[in-house]
Design a protein around this ligand. Structure first.
Ligand code: ASP
Ligand code: MG
Length: 424
């Protein structure tokens, strides 16, 4: 008997029919003798609907008091889901009980809309499991020190599930979603993309932070910190497939660098369109200016990603950086109103039509020439690279958005990531 956490995304919970199918699947695992904790998202589209409602009445300036209310509203989608799933499980003849985050409780800090989980009390859940119940816990939400409901950021149910699995020391956390695992790249861009049977935690972390939308990045961080065995698999297989087959499907996130694992130098190509670039031109080259520019951005709670500073000429330099595209206007306003006057820089140029394409692979640690192969491939396609950034296991380039698909496709081919030809 094992303690298993299942997480179901919005599409898997999208209709009463789908919820019934989730209930049947969970019941299958429970009847096989496992203790089951389930963490569902809101029904698909629900969080968007709730936030759109809020938008119609919200003040122009969103302060902490207003953000608190957004969390109050957005968190309700998950509360409906858990109740529906508990009822569906009861219809299956199982004992099931649902809890909102505050009832567990799942304690978070107070950064509304992107709260971090600080602690989860497992006493109540353990009691229910011992009594033979399936426990269903809302994803995406928690409660802060002052008793306010918080949410964990879009896609946060992944993190809830992994955090619950960590707190309960679960044997495995299975993330059921609308794709059947982690792919070498997005199959919508490259139809030949291949599912990875295993991916290392480090690679997954890079892929999640580089724009692969399969898992919320914080869930991967959590899994790494607490070594939670994590698997991404499809919720669209028939619910009654053999449990062993289901338990070994999808993609397993591994923690050891196992030599026997599929060892491609590059495991995947990640990309993100949600980026914008700024260049501050003619910045006086003196200690503290990078801090003056990027510190101002950080103070506005805007995440800076790629940063490039040029060598200086005549005591002046250019500094470029990228931010999430949604923060483009805010960053531009900040540059013009604060940073230009404070630094004496000549001008600021913004470009919201860029994207970032990255190659990721643990094998890059021990192989040379991987980045240069990436640059050669892009140059053969006539794609101009605007910025480059590297870490031990990834190389990212910033390019014009209009070349994104071409870049991803040609890199996928160049690094031999396509499905192996079907053997006869
Ligand atoms: N329902 C939330 C969202 O749409 C959380 C989640 O689905 O993971 O972002
Ligand atoms: Mg998701």
């Amino acid at each position: 008997m094992a303690l298993i956490v299942h997480k179901y995304g919005g599409t898997s919970m999208g209709s009463p029919e789908r919820i019934k199918s989730v209930a049947k699947r969970v019941a299958k695992w429970a009847r096989a003798g496992h203790q089951m904790v389930v963490v569902p998202s809101a029904m698909s589209g629900e969080t968007n609907r709730l936030l759109a409602l809020a938008k119609e009445v919200q003040p122009a300036q969103m302060d902490a008091a207003a953000m608190r209310e957004l969390d109050m509203i957005a968190s309700t989608g998950e509360q409906v889901s858990v109740g529906l799933l508990a009822l569906a499980l009861q219809s299956e003849g199982l004992q099931a009980v649902s809890y909102a985050g505050w009832q567990v409780p799942i304690r978070t800090d107070s950064s509304y809309m992107k709260a971090r989980i600080e602690q989860i009390d497992d006493v109540r859940v353990r009691g229910d499991l011992a009594a033979g119940k399936v426990v269903i816990i809302t994803g995406f939400q928690g409660i802060d020190g002052s008793g306010s409901i918080t949410t964990l950021g879009r896609g946060g149910s992944d993190t809830s599930a992994v955090a619950v699995a960590a707190a309960m020391k679960a044997d495995e956390c299975l993330i059921y979603t609308d794709v059947d695992g982690v792919y070498t790249t997005d199959p919508r861009v490259v139809p030949e993309a291949r599912r990875l049977h295993t991916v290392s935690f480090e690679e997954m972390l890079e892929m999640a932070s580089l724009g692969s939308k399969v898992l919320q990045i914080r869930s991967v961080e959590f899994a790494g910190k607490y070594r939670v065995p994590l698997r991404v698999l499809s919720s669209f297989t028939p619910w009654d497939i053999a449990i062993d087959e289901e338990a070994s499907s999808g993609t397993l996130i591994t923690f050891e660098e196992d030599e026997k694992m599929e060892k491609a130098v590059v495991s995947g190509i990640a990309f993100s369109r949600d980026e914008a670039k700024f260049t501050v031109v003619g910045v006086p080259d003196r200690p503290g200016v990078a801090y003056q520019i990027l510190g101002a951005v950080a103070d506005a709670n805007i995440d800076v990603d790629v940063i490039v500073q040029n060598v200086s000429h005549d005591g002046r330099t250019d500094l470029s950086f990228t931010v999430p595209r949604g923060d483009y206007q805010r960053t531009m306003d900040l540059m013009q109103s604060k940073v230009l006057p404070a630094t004496g820089a000549a001008q600021v140029m913004g470009d919201p039509k860029i994207c970032k394409v990255s190659i990721v692979g643990i094998g890059m640690k021990s192989h040379v020439g991987v980045a240069s192969k990436m640059f050669r491939t892009l140059s053969e396609e006539g794609i101009n690279i605007q910025m480059i950034t590297t870490s031990e296991i990834k190389t990212s380039v910033v390019i014009d958005e209009k070349y994104m698909e071409l870049a991803v496709r040609s890199l996928h081919r160049a690094f031999d990531l396509e499905s192996p030809a079907v053997a006869g």
